[in-house]
Design a protein around this ligand. Structure first.
Ligand code: OSB
Ligand code: MG
Length: 368
């Protein structure tokens, strides 16, 4: 399969509500979509970076340049016989995994369409539906947070994740637990704490959380290992895990007991599958994290989440929680049991609304 050309587009898409984490708030998403062409077929991928370099070092404008000047030129004109080879084409590039994953995941979609199979099947997915949870951003007040949680619990989501930061932690989680003693509950700090905060973090053990996500520095595993020794609640790493090697090192020193896999953060499906396999062999649960994706990234996440190791509810939820209108048809919907059925169609299994993508496009480039 020869990759003949790659089209890049930046689209502007407004979230239905601002999303705030310990590192900042977002309302206007600037999303890069990638379309790869071969033999009359196309595949779609999404660059999952944020607008600014606050979650990790990647950001929309920087990733655009990396995609245009490095990832796409290293890929166009190359002949590959399996999408497992796609990541290696760009492995000279250090970091920039979200930019690399945008093309890598698009090639997986393209290859699945060429084989006439759903992407989940090509990846080795086995779960007929995936368990869906929600990630709720920081709210001004506890009562606003409780209102949001009520809506999502009512909708049937299997677990609720709330964002925490210094000053919005122990008391807030306590208020949530008082109202909802039984729900599957997790907290995500996005690296807002240090080992100086161990007393507060230890107090979160009271609340029977399923996990605490990335409490310490975005590039750390050593301090997380020290912290995990102090906590009963499992630590789940997000930002710190960029590869199966990172997962191996983190687990070997006891830095976490659960891993959040994000396709972009680890560079695409090939690496994501390796992490999934590695964790499954060791009985370590994984789940699929989200990056406020459009329908394209969401569909890619659904396909990945059907793999057998994804045993915990992920952050992959309904399109309507993010967008007034998504860019895929049908939109992603969640059953009243808090699940998303795997799609039946070829490739990512949803069709891209190209007219809508065109109308949202703010810039476009084609690499041949
Ligand atoms: O840490 O999981 C995170 C969004 C942007 C950046 C980082 C994270 C998140 C989320 C949102 O939690 C997950 C989603 O609903 O897509
Ligand atoms: Mg996270």
């Amino acid at each position: 399969m020869k990759i003949e050309r790659i089209e890049l587009r930046e689209i502007g898409l407004q979230l239905v509500a601002p999303f705030e984490t310990s590192f900042g708030a977002t309302t206007e998403r600037r999303i890069i979509l990638v379309k790869v062409f071969s033999d009359g077929l196309v595949g779609w991928g999404e660059c999952t970076c944020n607008e600014g370099p606050f979650y990790n070092h990647e950001s929309t404008d920087a990733s655009w340049i990396v995609l245009k000047d490095f990832v796409a030129p290293l890929t166009v004109g190359r002949d590959i016989y399996h999408p497992n080879m796609a990541a290696a084409l760009t492995s000279r590039i250090r970091g920039n995994k979200m930019a690399r994953a945008a093309v890598e995941t698009a090639i997986w979609d393209l290859f699945a369409r060429r084989e006439g199979v759903p992407l989940w099947e090509l990846l080795g997915g086995v779960q007929p539906e995936i368990a869906s949870g929600v990630s709720i951003g920081l709210q001004e007040t506890d009562s606003e947070l409780l209102k949001k949680i009520a809506t999502e619990v009512e909708a049937g989501y299997q677990r609720i994740k709330i964002k925490i930061k210094p000053g919005r932690d122990y008391d807030m989680v306590k208020a949530v637990r008082r109202e909802y003693p039984k729900i599957g509950l997790t907290v995500d700090a996005n690296s807002a704490y240090t080992l100086d905060d161990v007393d507060m973090l230890r107090k979160l053990d009271e609340f029977d959380l399923m996990l605490i996500e990335q409490p310490l520095a975005y590039d750390d595993i050593i301090d997380h290992a020290s912290l995990q020794r102090e906590l009963r609640t499992p630590i789940c790493l997000d930002e710190s895990i960029l590869s199966v090697d990172d997962a191996r090192k983190a687990l070997s020193i006891g830095a976490c007991r659960i891993i959040n896999i994000k396709l972009g953060r680890v560079g695409g499906h090939t690496e994501a599958r390796k992490i999934q396999d590695f964790c499954r062999e060791r009985g370590v649960p994984v789940w699929c994290g989200g990056m406020l994706e459009s329908g394209v990234g969401r569909a890619q996440n659904i396909a990945m989440s059907t793999l057998p190791g994804f045993t915990m509810p992920g952050d992959v939820s309904a399109s309507k929680r993010y967008w007034h209108e998504d860019i895929i048809v049908p939109e992603v919907e969640v059953t009243s049991r808090g699940t998303i059925p795997r799609p039946g169609g070829k490739g990512i299994g949803y069709s891209v609304n190209e007219a809508r993508v065109e109308s949202l496009t703010v810039r476009k480039d084609v690499i041949v």
